[in-house]
Design a protein around this ligand. Structure first.
Ligand SMILES: O=C(O)CCC(=O)C(=O)O
Ligand SMILES: [Fe+2]
Length: 204
């Protein structure tokens, strides 16, 4: 029998859906429990050698450009047994967003991302040009004891060039509409670890 979502999880997913329908973004501290956080940190550590430099651009235009983004990534597979719980939480959120906002999301693609000391990701939009399949961006941070001095904030540009800075505290979840907000990762003064993903609507 499938596990039932707890009421807390359902409520949280509704809060996220409401925020997306309203301002279009939300930050949720302590989205991950301490156990979930340490499990994901351990996985990222165990798999450290499998991370590969991230690129920019799609297909033929794809290239590693550390002057644009300096992180290394490891994609998460759907059938990864170690990621079962994390994938399930994201699947539950996907279902809530579809139920409440009729977004028609049909998959999550996500990866671990490791930003070495001094690295950053320049201001960008997550939707690839001429392709609108990335609908909702989700980021979970996996860092212990992060302080303002460690840099690495996620800067989200709101309307009128106002911005908010999100500190990548372990367990924090950020969700925003992929086509609406340009954002950047400020230079990290410590190694910075996250899980970043996109709910997509397949066009074919
Ligand atoms: O790690 C973050 O805070 C955001 C990463 C990001 O913008 C991306 O991978 O597209
Ligand atoms: Fe991004």
């Amino acid at each position: 029998m499938p596990e039932l979502e707890t009421n807390g999880a359902t409520e949280l997913n509704t809060t996220i859906a409401d925020a997306l329908a309203g301002v279009g973004w939300i930050v949720i501290p302590n989205f991950l429990s301490a156990d979930e956080l340490s499990h994901l940190q351990q996985l990222a550590t165990t798999r450290k050698r499998a991370f590969a430099a991230a690129g920019v651009g799609r297909e033929a235009a794809h290239q590693v450009r550390q002057d644009i983004r300096g992180d290394a990534v490891l994609w998460v597979e759907n059938d990864d047994a170690e990621m079962r719980e994390a994938n399930q939480r994201m699947a539950d959120l996907q279902q809530s967003l579809n139920r409440e906002l009729y977004l028609g999301l049909n998959e999550l693609e996500w990866h671990f991302a490791r930003y070495p000391v001094g690295s950053f990701y320049q201001r960008h939009l997550d939707q690839h040009r001429n392709q609108d399949t990335r609908v909702v961006t989700v980021v979970q941070y996996l860092n212990d004891n992060w302080t303002e001095l460690d840099g690495g904030q996620l800067r989200i540009y709101l309307d009128d060039e106002q911005h908010i800075d999100v500190t990548p505290h372990g367990g924090t979840l950020v969700v925003f509409l992929s086509n609406r907000f340009e954002h950047e990762v400020l230079p990290a003064q410590r190694e910075r670890l996250s899980l970043t993903g996109w709910y997509r609507r397949r066009t074919n």
